[in-house]
Design a protein around this ligand. Structure first.
Ligand code: GDP
Length: 139
């Protein structure tokens, strides 16, 4: 079942550099509707749980350190084919490999500090959205 929703975070690097507005503009221009949004900061425990799937990877500690070092914007986005279309809008994990015009190409600096998160499946979009938002925070 497709839900037409995906989950995103504007990561600490992009927030620090003042890119929140420009990234939200790209998201809106691409036809995504924001149905939930908050400015928040992940605790160490939050980041370890959110990225649990990567806990055996060599970069896990760096990833947790990065994702907790400052505030993020978390949001649930709605659009037909949301997960796939949003992954296309953000571009490859490594900005050096991301296509021109993608959010990561424009705003990311490295494979770790890559500006935005986008869910990789409908199932993960639902899990990640529920991690950050209660039902009454989704409109
Ligand atoms: P995504 O789905 O495109 O975000 O990529 P992954 O699920 O593979 O990785 C999750 C996040 O871990 C990425 O967005 C990066 O922030 C970080 N990451 C991935 N690969 C590396 C790496 O090789 N080194 C470091 N330091 N961080 C990485």
């Amino acid at each position: 079942m497709t839900t037409n929703r995906t989950f995103t975070m504007i990561k600490p690097d992009a927030v620090e550099k003042g890119h929140i507005g420009a990234i939200l503009e790209k998201i809106n221009s691409a036809g995504f509707k924001i149905v939930a949004m908050k400015f928040t900061q992940l605790s160490k425990g939050d980041a370890e749980k959110f990225y649990e799937i990567h806990n055996e990877r060599p970069f896990f500690a760096d990833l947790v350190q990065f994702m907790t070092r400052g505030p993020i914007v978390a949001a649930i986005l709605e659009k037909e084919n949301a997960v796939e279309d949003f992954r296309a809008l953000i571009g490859a994990t490594n900005p050096a490999e991301a296509a021109e015009g993608t959010i990561r190409k424009m705003f990311a600096t490295s494979i770790s500090e890559n500006a935005v998160h986008g869910s990789d499946s409908d199932e993960n979009a639902a899990i990640e959205g529920a991690f950050h938002f209660s039902g009454r925070e989704v409109y």
